[in-house]
Design a protein around this ligand. Structure first.
Ligand SMILES: *Cc1c(COP(=O)(O)O)cnc(C)c1O
Length: 396
């Protein structure tokens, strides 16, 4: 019996990507210290982490992690519903619910799993279900809708009219409207108030993925939804991650007690996956407290963003229209983005080139991210390096 060989097919696809000069490769970081990263024995100043508040190496997170690891060991040893749900998880869920102004929160091991779980629990097996999403939503929201079944309809980026048309095309269908709060590759904020009004008008459920907004936007860093003046009634399904501004790993969905009860029963990535290490939950709890209390981190980040944008405008650099920590420099061509990234690396800076298929063809970019761990002198160094790289970064 002969069949097409799956490993051969994968090798062919990889070779095609290689020929298109779009192969990806992980860089091995030998040491990380604040924004500094050591690669191949060279110290590079990084502008690509999502550690927006500079908490990943905070002594209080490390102390909390160590204390629980010393007492309880490393692994949670089981899924939450078996015997993996420790006091640290329970405390973290309570703190996240309180922070986001929701009745309850439920932990997942990653943001990817949280979105798969939430969408599958909400849409799975629902007759005629419709999921309407922004075209630039994160991959795991898209994958979640596909996994759940039902119909996925996407609307042009941030186009509320487009979303309205997609909902209207299936009047009467049970519908979830899902959007990133802050778009991960563009840094712009979704038109949340208009989307909430649309969802209310259409009887659709609104879900926001606030991976890049939590900790960064809103009073006490409560996120993009709070910053838009919206509450639990407007956005009944709120998802966010612990691996970005909170400097840890993992994620949660927050909402009504009934939503969380339903997810506990039906969100398979929660039910069938090992709970995150309790030491990690303890570190995340310390991070939540710091993120809420230390407004100066958001203030410092905002000042760095303003400094970068001012400097880039003076140099005529094509920064995209973003007010968040994600400040992409749009270069268009994938080769140009890669060349610019390499030219910056030669000057001691690490700024990752983001290329298709992560972004649309013709929209390759340097995804510059800032952190409260950066100093003004770091931003100045980045601007000086970009100026030296010159025409490559003004390629469009
Ligand atoms: C990073 C990210 C995720 C995935 O979260 P992980 O915890 O890294 O799996 C989900 N949504 C958005 C918008 C993200 O940027």
């Amino acid at each position: 019996m002969t069949r097409p060989d799956l490993l051969d097919r994968l090798a062919v696809q990889t070779a095609e990507r290689d020929r298109a000069a779009l192969l990806r490769r992980a860089r091995t970081i030998e040491h990380a210290e604040g924004p500094w990263l050591e690669i191949d024995g060279r110290r590079l100043l990084g502008f690509c982490s999502n550690d927006y508040l500079g908490l990943a190496q905070h002594p209080q997170l490390i102390a909390a992690f160590k204390r629980i690891a010393d007492d309880e060991g490393v692994g949670s040893t089981a899924a939450h519903l078996v015997c993996g749900h420790r006091r640290e998880h329970a405390m973290l869920e309570e703190a996240l619910a309180d922070w986001t102004g929701r009745e309850r929160a439920l932990l997942f091991s990653t943001g990817y799993a949280a979105n798969l779980g939430a969408l599958q629990a909400l849409l799975g097996g629902v007759d005629g279900a419709l999921c309407v999403q922004d075209k630039l939503n994160h991959a795991c929201l898209i994958d979640g809708a596909r996994l759940a079944g039902g119909e996925l309809k996407r609307y042009p980026h941030a186009d509320v009219e487009g979303a309205a048309r997609q909902l209207a095309s299936r009047a009467g269908a049970p519908a979830l409207l899902a959007t990133d709060g802050v778009f991960s590759m563009d840094g712009d904020v979704a038109p949340l108030a208009a989307l909430a009004a649309l969802a209310a008008r259409e009887g659709a459920t609104l879900m926001v993925d606030d991976a890049h907004g939590l900790g960064v936007l809103g009073a006490q860093g409560a996120g993009s939804v709070a910053a838009a003046g919206l509450g639990a009634a407007d956005v009944p399904v709120l998802m966010a991650t612990l691996g970005k501004a909170l400097g840890c790993a993992g994620a949660f969905v927050a909402g009504s007690a009934a939503l969380i009860e339903g997810l506990t029963q039906f969100a398979r990535p929660h039910v069938y996956s090992t709970a995150m290490p309790p030491a990690l939950a303890a570190a995340a709890l310390a991070a939540v407290r710091l993120a809420r209390e230390e407004d100066w981190r958001r203030g410092k980040l905002a000042a760095l963003i303003a400094r970068l944008r001012r400097g880039a405008a003076e140099l005529g650099l094509p920064l995209m229209a973003s007010t968040t920590a994600i400040q992409p420099l749009l270069l268009g061509d994938a080769d140009a983005a890669l060349a610019a990234s390499q030219a910056l690396e030669a000057q001691g800076l690490l700024v990752t080139a983001i290329r298709p298929p992560t972004v649309p063809v013709g929209q390759a970019r340097l995804r510059i991210t800032l952190s409260a761990a950066h100093e003004e002198s770091h931003v100045d160094r980045l601007l000086a390096a970009l100026e030296r790289v010159g025409p490559t970064v003004r390629g469009r």
